[in-house]
Ligand binder design. Structure first.
Ligand SMILES: Cc1cc2nc3c(=O)[nH]c(=O)nc-3n(C[C@H](O)[C@H](O)[C@H](O)COP(=O)(O)OP(=O)(O)OC[C@H]3O[C@@H](n4cnc5c(N)ncnc54)[C@H](O)[C@@H]3O)c2cc1C
Length: 407
């Protein structure tokens, strides 16, 4: 049996940042990672564009992960167990298997930092046969960047999430012909910079309101039927066309890795835990951050959020996390897909609400209000659903529900 103050599950950027922050705040920390190395998904993201906000430098994913890994390894308050899978979370303890054998770790506070997994062909009820060559973008990323394997020559990408956009460029650079990216929505969930740098720069068409009607092929993908969808995402049969290809790459969304924490109340929008301002779930001893809480667009934001969560977990572990009894709910108008946290504690000081928009906005102002009192405003020149946004304001004027609106 192992005892610690703070236990962090998952050694990706969120887990490493949370562990470092909990240690900085005086806690003894155990960090558990199922893989044989810390770094999480960053280890397979070999393109650049990471770290601009956190390290003020442009790094690749492995470089970003390496910087954090060195800090974690040098920290005497943090014990890392790699090759160790958390199989169960109980009241202030976890059960693990792997390098430690079957072991129990007790902790005063636990931080969930297990990231996401990708939605698959089964999850989206992709029609047609199931031949070789239908792969998720993350699997393709690992096969190409880590295993050094080419996945196909004639590729279609379904979904315009960031991983799909990045893989469109990567596969093109490896000599494949990426025919098109099909997006069922009228806008992309990916970042604008990825659409420009990964598609437009390589003349790869992005077709909105389009989807794959059917995958064709017995042993290997031989092609797809594709076409337009109506406003209810129903295929418009008169637009059906055939395209010869050997690979269909799916980039159709990420799902928080909540299987071992399925006892926690979750949001039906983000599928992550419902948390308060301290990233604390309804179980006071359980905290959540990074992609397991909500899907982030930038890893820098993951690290900054996890730094906060690690600090609050450490304060909780040492009985120093002071919360007001006056809990203010956060609500939002229908222009937002979600806002996080779900609740804020009344009191002094600044607070931050993160959110995603439902549709593109141009030259609008985001307003945080309490009744008729305006707590904060943020002018947005251009905002899209693919970008995670936030508003920071002084909460001292708030004494009941806080609402977000666009004016
Ligand atoms: C396939 C994929 C590709 C991506 N590519 C990009 C990209 O190219 N660029 C970009 O900016 N963002 C990318 N992202 C987004 C990226 O996930 C985040 O930016 C960031 O890595 C999230 O950090 P995290 O620590 O929350 O999660 P992760 O990096 O996913 O780390 C979670 C860690 O938890 C571990 N873990 C999970 N369950 C357990 C368990 N039960 N016990 C022990 N350990 C566990 C995992 O092994 C993993 O190491 C990608 C995401 C995915 C899923």
């Amino acid at each position: 049996m192992i005892n610690t103050d703070v236990l962090v599950i998952g050694g990706g950027p969120a887990g490493m940042a949370a562990a470092l922050s909990a240690s900085e705040n005086g806690s003894k920390v155990v960090l558990v990672e199922r893989d044989n190395i810390l770094g999480g998904i960053l280890n397979q993201c070999i393109h650049n564009g990471f770290g601009l906000h956190y390290f003020h430098e442009e790094l690749t994913g492995p470089e970003f992960a390496y910087r954090f890994r060195k800090l974690v390894e040098a920290d005497k308050n943090i014990t890392v167990y790699t090759n160790t899978l958390v199989t169960k979370i109980g009241e202030k303890f976890v059960e693990v298997m792997g390098a430690l054998g079957n072991e129990r770790i007790n902790a005063k506070a636990i931080v969930l930092a297990m990231g996401c997994h990708e939605r698959t062909a089964g999850n989206i009820n992709l029609c047609g046969t199931r031949p070789m060559g239908v792969l998720t973008a993350g699997t393709v990323q690992k096969m190409v960047n880590i295993d050094g394997k080419i996945v196909g020559k004639d590729v279609v990408i379904l979904g315009s999430g960031d991983i799909g956009l990045i893989m469109a460029r990567r596969l093109t650079l490896e000599g494949a012909k990426v025919h098109m990216v099909l997006e069922i929505n009228q806008t992309s969930s990916g970042l604008r910079r990825n659409i420009m740098q990964c598609l437009e720069d390589f003349d790869i068409p992005l077709l909105f309101s389009h989807t794959v009607f059917e995958v064709v092929g017995r042993d290997r993908v031989e092609g797809i039927y594709y076409g337009e969808v109506d406003e209810n995402f129903k295929p418009i049969e008169s637009t059906r066309k055939f395209l010869k290809c050997d690979t269909v790459v799916l980039s159709v969304g990420l799902v928080p890795e909540m299987a071992v924490a399925n006892f926690v109340k979750t949001s039906n929008i983000t599928n992550g835990a419902v948390v308060n301002e301290f990233y604390q779930t309804e179980k006071g001893w359980l905290f959540s951050c990074g992609n397991i809480l909500h899907v982030h667009d930038l890893v820098d934001n993951v690290a900054l959020e996890a730094k906060q969560a690690g600090k609050f977990a450490s304060l909780y572990a040492s009985n120093k996390l002071l919360a007001s009894d006056n809990v203010l709910e956060v609500e939002h108008s229908k222009d937002f897909s979600y806002a996080l946290p779900a609740t804020i504690f009344a009191g002094q000081g600044n607070t931050e609400i993160k959110f995603r928009l439902k549709a593109k906005i141009i030259k609008k102002t985001i307003v945080a209000k309490c009744g008729d009192v305006i707590l904060g405003k943020k002018f947005v020149l251009a905002g899209v659903p693919g970008e995670m946004m936030s508003i920071t304001f002084d909460k001292s004027g708030a004494n009941k529900k806080i609402s977000l609106e666009i004016v």
